[in-house]
Design a protein around this ligand. Structure first.
Ligand SMILES: [Zn+2]
Length: 170
């Protein structure tokens, strides 16, 4: 990533905010521009992604094999990513991050959060729910369970980067 000169941080007002930018060429999707902001004083962090070809779309993909888990998803901070089979989703919000990651590592993140819930939640029902969902996610992570993914971005900066995905214009 290319580092640009330090800027004033909107959170702590010190001139210690670093803006980084990089461009990624994605075959048959064009360019993706990645941005990240990080302040070395207050640790504020933000990242986002913009696609060269902006087409507000809804992507749907059914993951059927272990290899499908390597399919990458470009997700901006305005995207909603859903795993309806597991009732899991990532929505736009202050903690949303834009990134390009594969499905496996997104499942991995959910898995870690659910493991914490299973081990440390005060609520017995919540622990049980987490435990059951972990079993399903384990199957999903090892490619022995088919599951669906949907991705919607009204600004058109998100995409499932595979021709196996179905695309509908929004
Ligand atoms: Zn700061």
């Amino acid at each position: 990533m290319e580092e640009l000169k330090k800027q004033l941080c909107p959170f702590c007002n010190k001139k210690t905010l670093t803006l980084r930018e990089s461009t990624k060429e994605i075959p048959s999707f064009g360019k993706a521009f990645l941005f990240s902001l990080e302040c070395s004083s207050c640790n504020a962090k933000q990242s986002d992604i913009e696609l060269e070809k902006k087409e507000p779309s809804k992507y749907t993909l059914t993951v059927k094999t272990e290899k499908d888990l390597q399919i990458k998803i470009a997700r901006s901070t305005t995207a909603t990513l859903k795993f309806p089979n597991f009732r899991l989703k990532i929505e736009p919000g202050p903690s949303a991050e834009g990134s390009i990651t594969n499905i496996e590592s997104i499942l991995e993140k959910f898995y870690n959060i659910l493991e914490q819930q299973r081990d440390s939640s005060e609520d017995k029902d919540e622990r049980k729910k987490a435990k059951n969902l972990l079993k399903k996610l384990w199957k999903a992570k090892t490619g022995s369970l088919n599951f669906k993914i949907t991705l919607e971005d009204p600004n058109g900066n998100s995409a499932i980067l595979s021709d196996k995905a179905e695309v509908k214009k929004l």
